[in-house]
Design a protein around this ligand. Structure first.
Ligand code: GLU
Length: 457
């Protein structure tokens, strides 16, 4: 029996090595995608050892190849009547569990590697939610910063004029991500509706409540993150009460993470934007951050105009030098490297959980795991946003609206379930307390079983 297991284990490792080395060869120019794939693939060894049928079905080599990638020209007219050209993308990675589902990102750094890493992560995140949604992602290298409302509208309309032929409520359901919020989703939705000539509300999520959107969607990623961390804290007989928290970012995820953490009695002392970070030793005044970011669309440094005793520092990485009990990276990918992780550890941080997608690089993750930081990886901890998107789809299909409390209660249950499933999978496969392994395995097994059931295609 032991010999069989050892054989299975070494066969599993060989298989993963083989798939990953081919993946590296084929995608050598896509570092972010390879990073996301490496993290997931190598945590799956115990699953392949126990399920040789996944190797027989060559699940791994199939799951790392997107169903399809659409790339398209987006030409639009700026306010000076100049014609601008951007590139649009939609990566439809896997639809075993449901229609492709995932946000759209507008940011100058967007390229195929970033789109693929995000879509790949989305497969497992969406599976973890327990909702019927597959994995996808899209976006553009369009930079919304400094653009007028009219320019944003024309860009969104031009983007949808191509995208509409690839999506649908039962096909692929985009939503927001960095640079795409309710305003952009509104413009995209209007254009889709005009072109299709029918009211297919479930084609996009993150719409405003009142015309297709769900109450609680705006808050869902941030609140969900805090519900998840509350479970992590409970595990260690701790709570948010009087804990010092650092949150990076000041967008939608960060704002509602701060709101819920404060409601649970935590003291949030810092947040940031892409230019720098603020430190307020008395605790962040969230009403001020909301006014700056949600109403004015201004830089976070203007916080000092309202709270002169606070500090502003240029650059984003310094935020991890601030001593805290709980660190919540909610800005963007690779914002915590090995050095930043070591600083957190030296400062006594005990919990890190990711509101952003892949904010910790592989070295940082290894540091957390080796140094007794209890770590909540993004695909589990930030799944609340897409989970409530699935609830929005359900409301759209049922042609009705649920109350905020109903949505929020469902979100709390979903986040608890994700935590429990990830924790139990980690235990079952021999790495108790490792939520990276646990969440990767828990998500993967659902998709792999679906792929086995569907047969080869
Ligand atoms: N962009 C979010 C994510 O990374 C939400 C996607 C959605 O609601 O479809 O999960």
């Amino acid at each position: 029996m032991t010999t069989v297991l050892v054989t299975n284990e070494s066969r599993a490792k060989e298989y993963i090595d083989e798939v990953f080395s081919q993946l590296k060869q084929k995608n050598s120019h896509q570092p972010e995608f390879l990073q996301a794939a490496e993290e997931i693939l190598f945590s799956l060894a115990p699953v392949f050892a126990q399920h040789p049928e996944y190797i027989e079905h060559n699940i791994l080599a199939r799951i790392v190849e997107p169903d399809r990638i659409v790339s398209f020209r987006v030409a639009w007219q700026d306010d000076n009547n100049q014609v601008q050209v951007n590139r649009g993308y939609r990566v439809q990675f896997n639809n075993v569990i449901g229609p492709y589902k995932g946000g759209l990102r507008y940011h100058p750094t967007v390229n195929e590697s970033i789109m693929k890493f995000l879509a790949f992560e989305q497969i497992f995140k969406n599976a973890l939610t327990g909702q019927p949604i597959g994995g996808g992602k899209g976006g553009s290298d369009f930079n919304p910063k400094g653009k007028s409302d009219a320019e944003i509208m024309r860009f969104c309309q031009a983007f949808m004029t191509e995208l509409y032929r690839h999506i649908g409520p039962d096909v692929d359901v985009p939503a927001g991500d960095i640079g795409v919020g309710a305003r952009e989703v509104g413009f995209l939705w209007g254009q889709y509706k005009r072109i299709r000539g029918s009211y297919e509300a479930g084609v996009l999520t993150g719409k405003k409540p009142g015309y297709g959107g769900s109450l609680g969607r705006k808050e869902a990623t941030g609140y969900g993150l805090i519900y998840f961390v509350a479970e992590m804290l409970r595990e260690k007989n701790e709570s948010f009460l009087n804990k010092t928290v650092v949150v990076s970012g000041s967008g939608n995820v960060a704002i509602y993470a701060i709101e819920k953490a404060q409601a649970y009695g935590a003291k949030v002392v810092a947040c940031s934007d892409s230019a720098g970070y603020i430190y307020d030793s008395e605790g962040i005044d969230l009403a001020v951050v909301k006014e700056i970011k949600e109403l004015k669309g201004d830089r976070i440094k203007t916080y000092l105009n309202y709270r002169p005793n606070a500090e502003y520092h240029e650059g984003c990485t310094g935020i991890w030098n601030i001593p805290c009990d709980i660190a919540l990276p909610c800005a963007t990918q690779n914002e915590i490297n090995g050095d930043a992780a070591r600083t957190l550890i030296a400062n006594g941080t005990k919990f890190v959980a990711e509101g952003a997608n892949m904010p910790s690089d592989l070295e940082a993750i290894n540091e957390y795991l080796a140094n007794d930081i209890y770590f909540g990886p993004g695909k589990a901890a930030n799944a609340g946003g897409v989970a409530v998107s699935a609830l929005e789809m359900a409301q759209n299909s049922g042609r009705n609206y649920w109350s905020f409390n109903k949505v929020d209660e469902k979100l709390q249950d979903i986040m608890k379930d994700i935590y429990t499933e990830s924790k139990e999978a980690a235990e079952k496969y021999g790495t108790p307390g490792n939520l990276v392994v646990g969440s990767n395995i828990a998500g993967f097994v659902k998709v792999a079983n679906g792929m086995v059931a569907e047969g080869v295609y």
